[in-house]
Design a protein around this ligand. Structure first.
Ligand code: DQA
Length: 157
């Protein structure tokens, strides 16, 4: 049985350099900050009667430990692994310990339109869905998708 949004938050994880969102290459990633993205995710989760546990780390091992936490306590995972998407077998392996937990991968930019090395994501091998190139709005889509996958219905706009 999946955990419901009434009983567990959605873990929203952000990888390296996303703490600088809004300042970092705004021509690619836009001008919204990570705090703005947290507000966006919280609002969209609330529309489904849920909450988010929103975190960012520049360290691969910390992200791995947070995935282990989500495995036990969260309703699903939204993850923008940032550069670790393209390098991290450890994050893929951690996600593969989360049997039955919905996982949606987000990229703010369209990674397929960018350098060749960004076209492959290890995380996509486990993700139930992948959203790329929708700007920070992609996070709201991802939260919505996790909510849908755990059977939540939208109660507010
Ligand atoms: C990113 C794309 C990655 O290639 C990059 O390393 C990032 C952000 C995105 O959100 O578009 O840091 O995941």
């Amino acid at each position: 049985m999946p955990r419901t949004l009434a009983s567990a938050p959605i873990m929203v994880l952000n990888g390296p350099n996303l703490n600088l969102l809004g300042q970092r290459q705004p021509e690619i990633y836009g001008s919204d900050t990570l705090a703005d993205v947290e507000t966006l995710c919280a609002k969209r989760a609330a529309a489904y009667g849920g909450t988010v546990d929103f975190r960012q780390s520049n360290h691969e091992g910390e992200l791995v430990e947070w995935i282990h936490e989500a495995r036990l306590n969260h309703a699903g995972i939204v993850i923008n692994p940032a550069a670790y998407s393209h390098t991290s077998v450890a994050i893929l392996d951690a996600l593969n310990t989360c049997d039955g937990l919905p996982v949606v991968e987000v990229h703010i930019s369209n990674i397929h339109q960018r350098e060749q090395f960004r076209h492959h994501s290890y995380v996509s091998l486990r993700a139930d869905g992948v959203i790329a190139g929708c700007g920070v709005q992609g996070y709201a889509f991802a939260v919505e998708r996790v909510a849908t996958l755990v059977g939540a219905e939208r109660t507010e706009a």
